[in-house]
Design a protein around this ligand. Structure first.
Ligand code: ADP
Ligand code: MG
Length: 348
């Protein structure tokens, strides 16, 4: 069906039906001039918003609408997770080209809703406009936490140990697979499942909602961030805000078997993907040594990759113990070449 046949209000009412499967925790949800939301007493409200623009953040020739919806919700949920908070409510504003089919918008919302459902988060409003060319997606999520539970980027101290959840670099490799068309022609059956894993990690990232919350509840982390721009950039943000430096051990960086097996065929180094590739949506956090027991008690899939230092530099230590500077190499929207892939390692 064409969007012009259904119209703005017809579309909103379809979106509303799609998202009405949960018992509502909002006093007023979709359908009025504004939503009215109930937050628990003695909690801070956490607010985060992200803008996703066609051909900047996503390419419709590489993603389906369900995955796009999934990822649009996941990246925001990941920001709330990185604060150690509980996501509660969500708003979406869409600028949709007139040529988009109604079914495609609804597929987007199905993927979106699946992520919200898992995070027990309710869609309570938004805005819908026609866009002349590109698809625009703006997502806002509101969460809550006790003030004492909130984990910021600025609390890291020299001597704190640096951890990441999961493994790094898969998403960036998945994007290269999509761009090179390798998912269409994997050589062997084992490769096919590896290709699928990396592509899935790119198109449908899993935000670490429960892990972020558990880390916050135990109070073991001094600082935390989600890995959206890439390890080198995001660790740089923690160091910047905390006024510290860091040393990362290359050998300790967790790489998935799929990434290790396929990176050579992609013409890149697995470690390079892990250091500078973005969009893993894993959590990077620092733990004071005296609180290590608390973290271990959680039994989370985490790896210690380095230590926070007093000097303000971010360094990478190789297997022979040599260190080199680890400059931020993630995505910078206003840099001349956009993506600054491939960080230079300047020997010290
Ligand atoms: P207004 O004219 O006051 O902005 P709208 O007609 O744009 O109201 O929206 C009507 C209702 O539908 C509001 O509750 C709004 O939050 C909701 N809404 C509009 N677009 C979306 C969307 N894309 N997703 C979810 N809710 C939406
Ligand atoms: Mg409106």
């Amino acid at each position: 069906m064409n969007l012009t046949d259904l119209g703005e209000f017809g579309l909103i009412s379809r979106i509303r039906k799609l998202s009405r499967h949960r018992t509502s925790s909002a006093t007023v949800g979709i359908g009025d001039d504004a939503a009215a939301l109930k937050f628990a007493a003695a909690r801070d409200v956490l607010a985060t918003t992200d803008l996703l623009i066609q051909d900047v953040h996503f390419d419709l020739s590489c993603t389906d609408y369900y995955s796009l919806g999934w990822k649009s919700a996941a990246v925001n949920l990941s920001d709330i997770a990185a604060m150690g908070a509980v996501p509660r409510f969500c708003l979406t504003a869409l600028g949709i080209p007139r040529t988009t089919r109604v079914e495609q918008v609804l597929e987007f919302y199905r993927g979106f809703e699946e992520q919200l459902r898992r995070a027990k988060t309710e869609l309570v409003g938004g805005d819908t406009c026609a866009s002349p060319k590109a698809l625009f997606i703006s997502v806002t999520i509101l969460g809550q936490a006790r003030r004492s539970e909130i984990v910021t980027r600025s609390g890291a101290r020299p001597g704190d140990l640096i951890f990441v959840t999961g493994s790094l670099g898969d998403s960036a490799a998945g994007l290269d697979i999509l761009k090179q068309g390798m998912h269409l022609r994997p050589a062997a059956a084992t490769d096919a499942s590896r290709v699928e894993r990396l592509v899935e990690k790119h198109l449908r990232p899993e935000p670490r909602t429960s892990e972020g919350r558990m880390i916050a509840l135990t109070g073991c982390a001094s600082a935390m961030i989600d890995l959206s721009d890439g390890l080198s950039s995001d660790l740089g943000h923690i160091c910047e805000e905390s006024r510290t430096g860091a040393v990362i051990e290359a050998d300790r960086i967790p790489l998935s078997p799929a990434l290790t097996a396929l990176s050579a065929r992609l013409g890149a180094d697995a470690l390079e993907y892990a250091l500078s590739g973005g969009e893993d949506y894993e959590l990077l956090f620092t733990v004071p040594p005296r609180k290590l027991r608390r973290l271990e008690g959680l039994g989370l899939p985490v790896t210690r990759i380095g230590v926070v230092t007093r000097g303000r530099r971010v360094l990478l230590k190789d297997s022979e113990g040599r260190t080199s500077a680890l400059p931020a190499a993630g995505y910078n929207h206003f840099a001349e070449e956009g993506r600054l892939r491939g960080h230079r390692q300047t020997a010290l």
